[in-house]
Design a binder for this molecule. Structure first.
Ligand SMILES: [Mg+2]
Length: 264
């Protein structure tokens, strides 16, 4: 996006002149962008392992956690493409993780475990580093909204548990509009609800496909929170492999949320 001099506002702050981009609306992803998905999932899973200790028996928690993430990522990718339904996503990520560790014939237990997870996980309250500081910083200057693909019955609980509710005007859930990020219709729906235009809006998220390519293809600026890629690149470097490369450069790439204070 190009900015004319008329569009650009100047703000003086301690001898520094910051150029404010002409955004009026900030659209945040929730899971893994504001609500700390990884640490909250670990906390919930630890609680569930205690609750179900007698049925689980001896299972290596770290290995299970790693297998869960692998299957969860795969299942979410299929869910985004409408190739599996919500109930299947809820169940298969656990079924496959337990199967990898030798629990292959425990359907009733896995079903209960997966339902319990939806009770316990949204009660977790950890936020991404700098989330509250950034939101406080932005609140006087922008209208802020959420666009999430997360399950409608749990996202509100997560926001409440993490004290995130008060910052946002519109909570756009994919289940309300019938399509998920990166589908352009969810961005159209979000802008309509917020009363925003593309050029005055910024999408902030941690998922390359859903948040970044989704917003780009819709025609909206994007801020990519790239910590997962940073972690992957550390692993790649340690193994002598090449870093992750994309053939598109987002409007902003940040490695922690507070970096956004430089442009907002
Ligand atoms: Mg996310």
């Amino acid at each position: 996006m190009e900015y004319s001099l008329i569009d650009i506002g100047l703000r003086h702050e301690k001898n520094r002149t910051l150029i404010l981009k002409p955004y009026k609306h900030l659209f945040f992803d929730l899971d893994g962008t504001l609500w700390d998905l990884k640490r909250n999932t670990r906390a919930a899973m630890t609680e569930l392992f205690d609750m179900h200790q007698s049925e689980i028996g001896h299972v290596d928690f770290e290995l299970f956690f790693q297998r869960y993430h692998h299957h969860n990522d795969q299942a979410w990718a299929l869910y985004r493409q409408d190739k599996i339904k919500k109930d299947e996503l809820r169940y298969v990520r656990f079924e496959r993780a337990f199967a990898d560790l030798g629990h292959t014939d425990a359907h009733a237990f896995v079903d209960r475990f997966s339902l319990d997870f939806l009770e316990v996980a949204p009660r977790q309250s950890l936020t991404m580093e700098g989330a509250h500081e950034l939101l406080e910083h932005c609140m006087p200057h922008y209208d802020m909204h959420i666009i999430t693909n997360g399950f409608v019955e749990v996202q509100g609980h997560k926001m409440k548990a993490a004290n995130l509710e008060s910052y946002f005007k519109e909570i756009i859930n994919s289940e309300h509009c019938g399509v998920r990020k990166p589908h352009p219709d969810i961005f159209t729906y979000a802008l309509e609800k917020a009363g925003a235009t593309k050029s005055e809006s910024l999408m902030i998220g941690d998922d390359w496909d859903a948040d970044i390519l989704g917003a780009r293809d819709f025609g909206m600026d994007q801020a990519f929170l790239a910590y997962k890629e940073d972690e992957q690149n550390e692993v790649n470097e340690a193994h002598g492999n090449k870093p992750v490369r994309h053939n598109y450069r987002p409007t902003y790439t940040i490695h922690s949320l507070l970096e956004l204070k430089n442009v907002l």
